[in-house]
Design a protein around this ligand. Structure first.
Ligand code: AMP
Length: 595
């Protein structure tokens, strides 16, 4: 007897289990299925998405309904259209070998008459979003007065989305004798309230500890200056060339903006949020599923229906307002037995939120450093090597081999390898060699805030043929402080730099009556802790016009529907500025072109 058989499932379902290739029941299945099959009971199950909860209620539901009757016997309420469709698909797959079972999806944004027709044909199971369900009830297109089972899936999310009234109205139309099965990732007060009000002594099942994030997800945070958030995101993507991720933003506007910026910088990105039409959302989801999109930037609501199992990283570009929502976000990865990483990019002022989340998920975060330019170069170089190794040879090249060999004659294998790699590496290296270490930036700001670090103004800049690296070298040599000189920001006619406060007197003394090529050089302490986002700080106004390095220079009129790849020329023109330029490699696209 296999383990699914032991749960009490019948042959038709066991056949579907075998078809789906499930070998072992998941935790929630093991706990819920025998109880639901044996007893007519209410149940509250705390389980994340990705734990196999759809089958945990789907299998018993299918087994318990009367497939010979066309009456609606089971109602599943789910928060979003995407999830509603996903559940329907799963139920259809699980009931493949049970004759006569019909599960119909009912959701907004699609033709209501058509949905009503499908129900009329006989739907023992209806999977619905609360809003559309209410609509159909008002129009008498559904009859749920005979149902035996009502399943509230992702109850916490439905309540988050403001469906409390709808749910209570719908439940009021169902018979008293029915059983209610409530599934939720978390147990906020509102969910407990629903359970108390509508359920009769429910059996409680918890997968893992209450409110715990999925076991195979690790949690990392990266501390950066708020203005470096986007650069941090790009570096994390560059350091993970195989990234397949959902990037969460708080608002629709930010979601759209970050996606546009990523696309412009040459990444395979897309946005999903409520301002897109259903058709646009479907297209984006299709591209994500087939991996044309590696970074899907999403709002919390729009991401609820993402039914993709292999997400490697969840990126919290901004933390959610409610720490509980973090559990939902991180639950997008580490699904179906895979491991996943949930990343949070935080600024100083948000670090305390990490502590709150740790309490909720009952897990510790690891603080990590944003990869440096050289670390990224190394990762990308090895990725390129593997990519070359795995590339299928295109024999269309064969006729040209002779000519190619002629061109390359006289070069050793080593030279050819070096040259091939240099084509990509040089571009990448040139991009990153001028970028700053984002970790030093934020560490310095923290030090500044505590008075342990001092920021100086100096009246030389790009006009004096300095860039931040040459100025840093100059200051390092002059002061003898080596890496004690940091956060060098080179503007047009002036610059900023930092040292630890203990060196303050030495630095100031050194620049007393200091001349460089006959010119008086002034150094003074500044309160401008930014010294990089735009022009100079207030204190130095008028000394020179700051170059607007911090502004992205993006084309504001750019339409989101721009074809991928168009960003290339633009970014190359823009050059290697960390505030803008395209990622020199953006893995997948080029590989697809090669294959
Ligand atoms: P869910 O939590 O219901 O969204 O399920 C997440 C994914 O796990 C879906 O793709 C299911 O098809 C899959 N799944 C469900 N049960 C099992 C199982 N026992 N073994 C392997 N995969 C499963």
């Amino acid at each position: 007897m296999n383990k699914f058989q032991a749960l009490g499932l019948n042959d038709a379902i066991l056949q579907a289990v075998a078809d789906m290739g499930f070998t072992e029941p998941s935790d929630v299945q093991e706990q819920a299925i025998p109880v639901l099959l044996k007893d007519d009971t209410d149940i509250v199950a705390l389980a994340q998405t990705g734990t196999g909860k759809t089958a945990a209620f789907g299998f018993p539901l299918i087994q318990k309904i009367d497939a010979n009757s066309k009456t609606t016997q089971g109602l599943i309420l789910s928060p979003t259209r995407e999830l509603c469709l996903q559940i329907t698909k799963e139920i259809q797959a699980y009931s493949k070998h049970v004759r006569g079972v019909n599960a119909v999806a009912v959701y907004g944004g699609a033709n209501i008459q058509e949905q009503a027709r499908q129900i009329k044909r006989g739907a023992q199971i209806i999977v619905a979003t609360p809003g559309r369900m209410m609509d159909m009830m008002r129009r008498k297109m559904v009859d749920i007065s005979q149902i035996n089972y009502c399943i509230l899936d992702e109850a916490d999310e439905m309540l988050n989305m403001g469906f409390y009234e709808d749910i209570t109205t719908i439940l009021a139309d169902t018979p008293e004798h029915k059983n209610t099965w409530l599934f939720s990732a978390t147990m906020p007060k509102e969910v407990a309230r629903i359970a108390k009000k509508f359920m009769k002594s429910p059996i409680e099942i918890t997968v893992g500890t209450k409110n715990t994030g999925a076991a195979n997800v690790s949690h990392e945070y990266y501390l950066v200056n708020a203005r470096d958030r986007y650069q941090a995101l790009k570096r994390l993507a560059d350091a993970n060339p195989e990234i397949f991720s959902v990037v969460f933003c708080r608002t629709k506007r930010d979601t759209q903006k970050v996606a546009e910026q990523l696309i412009e910088d040459g990444y395979n990105a897309g946005a999903i949020h409520g301002d897109l039409s259903q058709n646009q959302r479907d297209l984006v989801m299709k591209s994500f599923r087939n991996r044309q999109i590696q970074m899907l930037v999403a709002t919390d609501v729009a991401a609820r229906g993402i039914d993709v199992d292999d997400i490697t990283h969840v990126v919290n570009y901004q933390l959610p307002d409610e720490p509980e929502i973090y559990t939902h976000r991180s639950g997008r990865t580490g699904r179906a037995g895979k491991t996943g990483i949930s990343i949070v990019i935080v600024s100083k002022s948000e670090v305390r939120k990490i502590k709150q989340i740790e309490k909720i998920i009952n897990k510790k975060f690891t603080q990590k450093d944003i990869p440096t330019g050289m670390e990224i170069c190394e990762v990308q170089l090895m990725h390129l090597a593997n990519d070359i190794k795995d590339t299928k040879i295109n024999h269309e090249i064969d006729p040209y081999l002779y000519s190619i060999n002629e061109v390359l004659e006289g070069l050793s294998r080593e030279e050819i390898v070096k040259k091939v790699f240099s084509v990509e590496f040089t571009r990448f290296f040139n991009y990153y060699k001028k970028t700053k270490d984002l970790n030093t930036e934020v560490a310095a700001q923290i030090k500044e805030a505590s008075g342990d670090s001092t920021r100086y103004f100096i009246n030389v800049g790009a006009k004096d043929n300095f860039d931040w690296m040459s100025l840093k070298d100059f200051l390092k040599e002059l002061t003898g402080l080596g890496d004690g000189i940091y956060r060098v920001d080179c503007k047009d006619s002036f610059s900023f730099f930092n040292t630890d406060t203990e060196h303050k007197d030495t630095v100031l003394a050194l620049f007393q009556d200091f001349k460089l090529q006959g010119r008086d050089i002034h150094v003074e302490i500044t309160n401008d802790t930014r010294g990089g986002g735009g022009g100079g700080g207030k204190k130095h106004k008028g000394r020179g016009k700051g170059r607007k390095d911090g502004s992205s220079g993006r084309n504001k009129d750019k339409s989101f529907s721009k074809k991928r790849g168009e960003g290339n020329n633009r970014s190359e023109r823009r050059g290697s500025n960390d505030s803008g330029g395209k990622a020199p490699f953006s893995g997948k696209r080029r590989r697809r072109e090669r294959n």
